[in-house]
Design a protein around this ligand. Sequence first.
Ligand code: 26Q
Length: 797
Amino acid sequence: MFSNVKKFKDTFYKRLEMLCGKSFDESTARDQYETLGHMIREFVSNDWIATNERYLAITGKQVYYLSIEYLLGKLLRQNLINLGVEALVEEGLRELGIDLNELEELEADAGLGNGGLGRLAACFLDSIASLNLPGHGHGIRYKHGLFEQKIVDGYQVELPEQWLRSGNVWEVRKADLAVKIRFWGKVEAKMEHNRLTFHHLNAETVTAVPYDMPVIGYESKTVNTLRLWNAEPSQFPIHDDILKYKRETEMISELLYPDDTHDEGKILRLKQQYFLVSASLQSILKAYRKQHGKLDQLHEHVCIHINDTHPVLAIPELMRILMDEEGLDWEQAWNITKNTISYTNHTTLSEALEKWPIRIFQPLLPRIYMIVEEINERFCHELWDETPGDWARIAGLAIIADGYVKMAHLAIVGSFSVNGVAKLHTEILKQREMKPFYQIFPEKFNNKTNGIAHRRWLLKANPKLATFLSELIGPSWIRSAEDLSQLMNYQNDTSVLEQLESIKKENKQELAQIILEKTGVSVDSGAIFDVQVKRLHAYKRQLLNILHIMHLYNRIKEDASYSMVPRVFIFGAKASPGYYYAKKIIKLINSAAEIINHDPKVGDRMKVIFLENYRVSLAEKIFPAADVSEQISTASKEASGTGNMKFMINGALTLGTLDGANIEIRELVGDDNIFTFGLTSDEVLHYYQHGGYQSEGYYHHDYRIRQAVDQLVNGFFPGVYNEFEPIFDSLLEENDQYFVLKDFASYADTQLNVGEVFKDSMRWQKMSLANIANAGYFSSDRTIKEYAEDIWKINPL
Ligand code: 26Q
């Protein structure tokens, strides 16, 4: 049906009538979208079934990727691209008078993630399938993804997200594969046939129903599966209050929790985690038993990867199944478990490490808690044998301590591999944050620098640049991103540089149009598009950016003739609804934008734009249009960052601290092709350890800082007199924990330099070219090959 345009059109016609029960002439755009979606499903179904059959037959190792988040975005066009039928479909639809872009608009973003971690999982799925690797994703089918953000009067307002409102053509419900999950109740130990057995009594049962989504590899026969679990009441609830039971059950897959380390200990969040883990493991082991019978060689054929600690209960759950259901003893079960599980850490912020109060954990998951206790006790015994009497060490490393279960400790002890997500991050884990664990298990620790699905973030998001590159260096980069390096041959080719410039200009004009539609502000596409898009967090320092913008504004106000290269500062950020301080920063950005954008004295010299509801589909329009990529976290705090890579591959220049993967970007492009500034991570850590930083001094001695910081509280912002006091206090009363004032001068100087360099457009384009040419390393294909070879030990089919 996709073999030629005529066949496509004929099938489309017939399929539409069958599916929608109306003629083509009466059909709506949504009918057409649904029709196309169904055609793609039908088209891949053979390969999907064949891939699954192969997975049931092969004896080689397979990986299961467990993640509480998948930030997929839209799938229609990416699927068409990967199937190699995008051009044909576009053409066929055009002949039918349909614009594929308009159909694409109808698809809701699958926004089942907060940010970097969830998007990484989505990029990994693309690469695993494109590399023909036997890998399966497991997650939760949240009814509501991350909240939708509206900006009202400069404030963030959260609305429930509704991606399933018009259904989801990409999913298949597999009711026959449902499994049961047990919560609450109590555990009874009995002697049976001379061994202790455990029985979970009076449990409340929830049914987990899988919804499978095809993961289509790029021009490959592999169609992998993302299995998302839906929570439903079990058939015969023993409950007397059935409605309450139904409501509480369905709540488990009702919504994605916003990343909020400030409000910990929500019982429903723990329920979600166990729900995901128990459903996934039951399903994995069911398939495994079918193939291998017994489970005692599990670790030879299966790797279960946990994306951060959120699915760490896979460890005690696997122990439970191996012992209670399979009848293995502790040692056997433990040996299998710790050789099956691998773990990725995504944060160095110790306050963000997950821990659960025993008082919540134990009653909800009584058998799992018993197993965690036993793991802890045995681990503490080993610690004791190493350093008898060193109670402080044992308490610091224990899995259960101070009334909490420490999930990262459980993950390290119960897995065979622990990886960080960028070189610096892994070093910080080994040398500081998790040093005592590294000393005990040095062989477990390794680095896997993050990557991005370059076929989404370049091929799909930036068709103009992608086409130009393919014409210039051939299309091999689509499969082998390292081939982008051939672009280096053109670094002195003025015509190539000019074409890069004009592509960027066109992308900026498109973004300018979106900005005009969404905000009513008209921006000059000749200006520097200076962009910071990411979740709002104190450590990411959107505050540094906006304080510097206020300083530039002050400069213009003091000197009407102040000359600067025109700038459009663009922000996109969601703040966790309970993160009070982050929401203040959003209001600050919008308040500053309001003043600056409407001050006739400023003119075209600068504009400040906050784009609401930052999400995957909006990101795809922003990255191709960016000149400057703001990656300005306090050094040591950003584990990796992946937005930095998406900017780079689209030719934006990084303005960043020596943090996360910025360091590796600099290694690749060289110091001349990046703008770095600020404290190093060693300096930051030194200040934390030894003190010696006084933000007050920077406030008093730098007039630029004092002026902007005073404006937070001196009535500069009309009508919001006390609004920004918490920000003012964070900088002075609380001594500026993120070194915003300390790094200000260095940032402002570097920004001046950015402006100077931009004036020389050929120099800028040459730098931009070097960034694109070196971005191949950051393809998630490279990352996934490393996981496959070093950790998972899986081979392409
Ligand atoms: C915690 C408690 C309760 C509810 C939610 C959460 C929660 C949810 C999501 C905590 C953290 C997250 C997400 C973290 C995350 O995205 N980390 C980022 O991971 C990226 C991929 O490795 C890195 O590039 C970023 O540096 C890192 O910040």
